[in-house]
Design a protein around this ligand. Sequence first.
Ligand SMILES: *Cc1c(COP(=O)(O)O)cnc(C)c1O
Length: 382
Amino acid sequence: MYAKRLDNLPPYLFAQIDALKAQKRAEGVDVIDFGVGDPDLPTPKHIVDSLCDAARDPSTHHYPDYTGMIEYREAVSEWYKKRFNVDLNPKTEVLALIGSKEGIAHVPEAFVNPGDYVLATDPGYPVYKTSTLFSEGKLHQLPLTEDNDFLPALDEIPADVLKKAKLMFFGYPNNPTAAVAPLSFFEEVVEFAKENEIVVVHDNAYSEITYDGYKAPSFLEADGAKEVGMEMHSLSKTYNMTGWRLGMAVGGEKFIAGLGRVKTNVDSGAFDAIQRAGITALTSSQECVSDACRVYQERRDVLVAGLRDLGFEVNSPKATFYVWMKVDDCMSFAQKMLNEAGIVVTPGVGFGSNGEGYVRFAITRSVERIEEALERMRGLEY
Ligand SMILES: *Cc1c(COP(=O)(O)O)cnc(C)c1O
């Protein structure tokens, strides 16, 4: 009954963990879930209030503009200027998205012909792969390993792949490895993309979730970035707005226009009242963002110190709300954690074959719960 493209989707490895988690909960186990990449903190009140006001205004009740309200696109443009010193024409270089996942899912439709190669980091955000498969492109994995600081080695891509490569997905601060990239790497990507005529899609969902004074760059800060591609960004992680579905694609006009043509034919834009709340988020004080980072930073410190104390090898991340930890066999480690300690972590292989040997903790749980988890782990044999 189903189309072949559904058969072609990779097996949903998390389903196994999900089923086990449900079973444990049914058995009455107090499960501590570090699996979900979704902030536990609420959306700041001034943003919620702004949505309530906007939803009461009947002018927001109609079909939105396909490309986003011009006021929202202006707010995005001003935020990029203030935050990254990047100039964006709100009319042609900014597109509202129904969350950045939506943009990532649709972008190959605009640029990839069947048989074209799409380059995507592995481990990586799973939608890079599924959107490639939906567009009938061929995936070429760019392995992220500790040896290369979890940055793809662009000079190791085979020449025959490069010849047919059309699109590249990557993102730093990175999910799941929590690695960061220097601006010089983005500059390298621009040169690489120019040379090989590749459309670059940089996924920057975590640029604001940073620690120890680190400030993450935008891909568009690299000279010439707008000539080769675009950046996907989102209000989800920055303002604890994952459920609201609001993001933006920003970058070169022709790339934004291509994605826009796909979207015009499949969706009708983000709810205007949510865009108005998004304007409030982007244009008011950013103190709520530093407050959230302080909360994550304390959790990171407790978790990393505790894991090292237990003998694990783990880097303290400069950004994202993930801790990427080395283990022997990620599936059996994750199963053991759940079965014997009631703790959910995500096996790295769920993000691609190069994720084997790692598990991901999302620090979207309180310090108390992290301490409780560490206490439970103390009794385990690994
Ligand atoms: C969360 C996430 C996204 C998508 O976020 P949206 O809620 O769809 O804006 C995109 N990329 C990465 C790497 C993410 O972790």
